[in-house]
Design a protein around this ligand. Structure first.
Ligand code: FSO
Ligand code: SF4
Length: 551
């Protein structure tokens, strides 16, 4: 850590594809980054004791909920608020002490450096984090490959945490997911061989699959199965509230509270797929989607004119043009931005401040018109299964290309638009996540009524794509997922995409292309292990990659 303000390489925008060590490319300040390192260290301490507790037959649901919330708060572009991260560190210390008291082995401490009292880390003294960050951050592990494997597990679990928290918000929890997450975090304090750690990475993928399945169950049980839907992208004449992020319960409660107020509700970025759920369709003031991917929010939030509610990541540095009308809730946070408090018990969150703000705003400025179509989650695809299977058997569909994942601001991401445009007309793109904004407004046509871009939903709905693949495997009587006419050309940005990638690897999916760059946290040694086992490869040029995928 010498001569570094911070050290973070958890996302695709890590500076020079190595690490952000001066300030985050995302805008994360050194104080926040170093506090997040400290929080991860504290969370591992909680998991260590919770693991011991469940091993001896106890339950640790509260610890599970806490670990998920805290990990989620450290995801890229989720929480930039030092006070909130500090308060999580304090909570972690209290919880760790309580769990330790419950454990038989209270004298055994994690094999990582002691967690200092959060009170001794002053928010007024960033130098202190700088000096001490090396004790808690990735450099706490000396061996580069082991460090890389530990990071892969922790980043995968950050994605798991986000999805587990959305499921928990709807009343769906799985002790098994908590238990395995404790074990995996605790394993990051233990000495393991590289082979054992590689197995733990795949175990993280297995936890990821189960968590995405849980969230799928939570979403579809609460709001119905997504249906094919045309979503308007123009605007109305009434003031609006723009809802971004991934939390469907937040959106639901806001829709309830805005009924009959004369205010419209629009989705932004990853909230677009909410329109595909039957329950949300009954709200006549839920009018459409505004704008595109998360990284354009500085312009789009300015022209929206009304309040913006960030339910999760991705929030980017807040600009003056909308500073007075942006709100966060859940694990999203930004200094000096009003935060809508958590719900207490079953009482809904109180969005009155957002609604009041909307009442004083002008209607959104129109930036585009038309519609986009989505809603091809697994139940809807299953309903079309015969048509899809026939189209493949007749040769009308030659290949499916899964292009799920995240979007980002780097110019190299034009690759994904180029691939979508250049793929031959007998191919179908399966997508989920904000990666879709690179091509979901192109007019790519359909194949016998099947659109050439099938959007399953949010990034967590990549699970739907897996279910679709499993159904196709069954329909074609194949032994192995890799025998299907499906290629994977994934875009990654933050840790939920790491979670999705590990999920696919744990299911044995091979030959995945990943771009626009491979993760900086994969050491050459670890990258080689993954390449050898799964033939994971970086994206190259659209033409060459398309040719290889169709070969
Ligand atoms: Fe995108 Fe952001 Fe959903 Fe991520 S909005 S980048 S993978 O948070 O979570 O796809
Ligand atoms: Fe850099 Fe990404 Fe970390 Fe932000 S989250 S500091 S952009 S590596």
């Amino acid at each position: 850590m010498q001569d570094m303000n911070m050290y973070c390489r958890q996302c695709q925008e890590a500076a020079k594809n190595e690490a952000c060590d001066v300030v985050g490319m995302c805008g994360k300040q050194p104080s926040t980054s170093n506090l997040q390192d400290l929080l991860i260290h504290a969370v591992i301490g909680v998991a260590y004791y919770a693991d011991r507790l469940v091993e001896s037959g106890g339950t640790a649901t509260d610890a599970g909920e806490f670990v998920m919330r805290a990990l989620f708060a450290t995801i890229t572009n989720a929480n930039f608020d030092d006070d909130r991260i500090s308060s999580y560190i304090g909570e972690a210390q209290t919880l760790r002490a309580e769990l330790a008291r419950h454990c038989e082995e209270t004298r055994r401490m994690p094999a990582v450096s002691e967690l200092p009292d959060a009170a001794t880390v002053s928010l007024d003294n960033p130098e202190e984090y700088r000096d001490r960050a090396g004790d808690f951050g990735v450099f706490a592990t000396e061996n580069k490959d082991l460090r890389s494997l530990r990071e892969t597990i922790i980043y995968g679990l950050k994605g798991v945490a986000a999805y587990a928290e959305h499921a928990a918000a709807l009343g769906y929890q799985d002790e098994g997911i908590y238990r395995d997450s404790f074990r995996l975090l605790a394993a990051c304090t233990e000495e393991h061989s590289a082979e054992e750690m590689t197995n733990l990475v795949l175990k993280t993928g297995d936890v990821a699959v189960r968590t995405m399945a849980l969230l799928d169950k939570a979403n579809t049980s609460s709001y119905g199965n997504p249906e094919i839907t045309s979503v308007k992208i123009g605007v109305g004449t009434r003031p609006g509230i723009l809802v971004s992020g991934h939390d469907l319960r937040d959106l639901h409660e806001l829709l309830e509270q805005t009924q009959g107020t004369g205010i419209d509700v629009y989705t932004h970025c990853e909230m677009l797929p909410a329109h595909y759920y039957p329950v949300f369709k009954k709200y006549s003031h839920f009018v459409g989607n505004y704008g595109g991917s998360w990284w354009k929010q500085d312009r789009e939030f300015a022209s929206f004119n009304g309040p913006v509610l960030m339910t999760t990541n991705c929030i980017t540095p807040v600009k003056d043009s909308y500073r007075e009308r942006i709100f966060t809730t859940g694990q999203a946070g930004y200094p000096d931005v009003p935060h809508i408090a958590d719900r207490v018990g079953d009482r809904p969150k109180d969005f009155s401040a957002v609604i009041e703000c909307a009442g004083a705003c002008e209607a959104p400025q129109e930036i585009e018109t038309g519609e986009i179509v989505g809603g091809f989650a697994h139940a809807q695809v299953a309903a079309l299964a015969d048509k899809v299977v026939d189209a493949v058997k007749s040769g009308a569909i030659r290949r499916f290309v899964v292009m799920a994942g995240c979007d980002g601001r780097q110019a190299g991401r034009k690759y994904f638009t180029d691939v979508a445009e250049q793929l031959p007309e007998d191919t179908v793109i399966l997508t989920a996540g904000c990666a879709k904004y690179r091509y979901n407004k192109l007019q790519l046509g359909d194949i016998g009524g099947i659109p050439r871009v099938l959007d399953a939903g949010q990034c967590n709905d990549s699970y739907s794509l897996v279910v679709t693949a499993l159904k196709l495997k069954e329909a074609f009587g194949l032994e192995n997922l890799n025998e299907l006419p499906i290629s994977y050309d994934l875009a990654w940005y933050e840790q939920k995409a790491v979670c999705v990638l590990l999920a696919l690897l744990s299911l044995g999916v091979r030959d995945i292309r990943l771009g626009p760059t491979l993760p900086a946290f994969l050491s050459p040694g670890v990258a080689q292990v993954i390449v050898d086992a799964f033939n994971l490869q970086p994206t190259t040029e659209p033409k060459a990659d398309i040719a290889a995928m169709l070969a």
